[in-house]
Design a protein around this ligand. Structure first.
Ligand SMILES: Cc1ncc(C[n+]2csc(CCOP(=O)(O)OP(=O)(O)O)c2C)c(N)n1
Ligand SMILES: [Mg+2]
Length: 356
């Protein structure tokens, strides 16, 4: 196992759209590959709009998933609806697949917690901004499933940088000890803000971190959505059968800045980014679908139209949503507000012309 994208073990469709592995059962007819393709395109359309809204002052800081959509979509697509998704902050594609709405995503990234009150997947976790702190939670969720005898699994996604955190090491360790139904997916986009993987660890591959925990570990080409879905589904089947957790390293590349608050050109050579563009996940699947005779220019144009209409509609609904009252920021953490916060709440209300 290595960090190099070309040496990945699990790959089914290569960067030229050619089939280089065994097509899994779910991909033998056209329905699921087309669904996956639509999800990738919708995710990227959302991403583009989110950045445009942030740049024009109408959204908060936003973490782009450009080039990494297949990790997220492939992972979520492998899950059963009653599994629980526990993502970090770059998994918009997976959240959309799970039934989080575009409007909810806009609300969340616009700083409105109502965006985390998912109407769809009620038991999925809101995305986790503290790096890696959700990995132990995922083990707890999986332990609960085991104790209750429920045939469900927890799926936790975090970045390459998160694998250097104690939280993740502890989570992997206890998942192994308890043999709980959890699948960890590392979204290895090669960077943790300005820190490249090589400065992050001396391990030859992040998937090797499974070895010390005594759990299964493997690498997959994270830009091959068919391969990601296949590998995660296989791991989930093992988890549900009581065969223990898996750590999957999905190797991808961050084509964007870290977030809209970052300027990656200050620490990363543009040439490196250009080298990775040919491996991005959407073009290769499109080439494969065209070669298979199930996709063409007309279908592509109508899909782009459909995605852009859905995203525009959701963005307009988000922009038309009146913000929460100013005191809402004090309402949901404490049953009884501490005195200093009560004072701040009164001050906020005074400044907003409300009653104190
Ligand atoms: C506990 C904690 N420390 C620091 C940060 C600031 N921070 C936000 S993202 C990030 C890097 C994360 O890198 P990685 O895990 O590879 O995820 P990526 O952003 O590349 O998807 C850091 C250090 C944070 N959010 N949480
Ligand atoms: Mg990273």
């Amino acid at each position: 196992m290595t960090h190099s994208h070309d040496d990945c073990i699990n790959r089914i469709i290569d960067t030229n759209g050619n089939i280089v592995g065994t097509m899994p059962e779910f991909a033998r007819d056209s329905e699921e590959p087309l669904r996956l393709y639509r999800a990738l395109v919708l995710t990227r359309t959302f991403d583009t709009k989110a950045i445009a809204l942030q740049r024009t002052g109408r959204l908060g800081t936003y973490a782009s998933s450009l080039g990494q959509e297949a990790v997220s979509v492939g992972t979520a697509a492998a899950m059963q609806s009653n599994d629980v998704f526990i993502p970090s902050f770059r998994e918009h594609g997976g959240q959309l697949w799970r039934g989080v709405t575009l409007k909810e995503l806009f609300l969340y990234w616009g700083g409105d917690e109502r965006g985390n009150d998912f109407a769809g997947p009620r038991e999925d976790f809101p995305n986790c901004v503290p790096v890696g702190s959700h990995a132990p939670h995922a083990v707890g969720v999986a332990l609960a499933f085991r104790l209750r005898g429920e045939p469900r699994a927890a799926v936790c996604v975090f970045g390459d940088g998160a694998t250097s955190k104690g939280d993740v090491a502890e989570a992997l360790n206890m998942a192994g000890v308890w043999k709980v139904p959890v699948v960890f997916v590392i979204n290895n986009n090669a960077w943790a803000i300005s820190v490249p993987v090589a400065k992050q660890t001396a391990a030859a591959a992040l998937a090797q971190k499974a070895i010390a925990a005594g759990i299964a570990g493997e690498q997959v080409d994270g830009n091959d959505v068919i391969a990601v879905r296949h590998v995660v589904e296989r791991a989930l089947a093992r988890a549900r059968a009581g065969s223990g957790p898996t750590l999957i390293e999905a190797v991808t590349y961050r084509l964007s800045d870290h977030t809209t608050a970052d300027d990656a050109s200050r620490y990363r050579d543009d040439k490196e980014v250009s080298r990775h563009w040919p491996a991005e996940p959407i073009a290769r699947l499109r080439t494969h679908l065209v070669n298979a005779g199930i996709w063409d220019k007309e279908k592509e144009e109508s899909l782009l139209q459909e995605c852009s209409e859905a995203v525009e509609t959701a963005a307009n609904e988000f922009l038309a949503t009146p913000p929460l009252d100013i005191e809402a920021q004090f309402d949901f953490t404490f049953a009884q507000l501490p005195a200093d916060l009560a004072e701040q709440r009164d001050e906020a209300l005074r400044q907003n012309g409300g009653a104190a």
